[in-house]
Design a protein around this ligand. Structure first.
Ligand SMILES: [Fe+2]
Length: 156
């Protein structure tokens, strides 16, 4: 996703979040080690499906439309992670494992921050796309990455 991004801000965010994600993986490994569990697990099919969908969708898109798609799919991935870390934090808290809950909370907050930054970058990218659309430039944003709520037409 980093190499596919044209926007400097998006590439920088992807790079920063990649480094955070390495820290997240280390935290999860520490948590599992403290619980006496191994870090090997099954591949997440939900996440793999998102990445596969993005790879198929991105074929032939112009760079600015691709950036918009990258933001949309990166946010889907972040929301997946936010739901997972939030649930795990709540489980740890319910089990009175405050250290684990704290580590998961820290990760959750970093995921939420990445999501907020993606929202801001996405708004800039999509505003530019809308200006191009208004000028008659052809953008053709595929409906497959437009969130259902944005497809609702306002009442006339
Ligand atoms: Fe993330």
């Amino acid at each position: 996703m980093i190499q596919a991004a044209s926007s400097k801000e998006l590439r920088e965010l992807f790079n920063r979040h990649l480094e955070q994600t390495k820290d997240h993986a280390t935290r999860v490994e520490m948590i599992l080690q403290a619980l006496g569990e191994g870090a090997e697990g099954e591949k997440c099919t939900g996440m793999a499906s998102l990445i596969s969908d993005l790879e198929q969708l991105s074929q032939g898109l112009s760079h600015d439309v691709l950036d918009s798609a990258l933001v949309s799919y990166a946010q889907r991935i972040e929301h997946f992670e936010i739901a997972t870390y939030g649930s795990l934090r709540d489980c740890a808290a319910a089990l009175a494992d405050s250290d684990t809950a704290m580590h998961l909370q820290n990760t959750l907050e970093e995921e939420q921050d990445a999501d907020r930054q993606l929202t801001n970058i996405g708004r800039t990218i999509n505003t530019e796309l809308a200006k191009q659309e208004g000028s008659g430039a052809k953008t053709e944003i595929p409906a497959t990455f437009v969130e259902p709520a944005t497809r609702i037409k306002p009442a006339a």
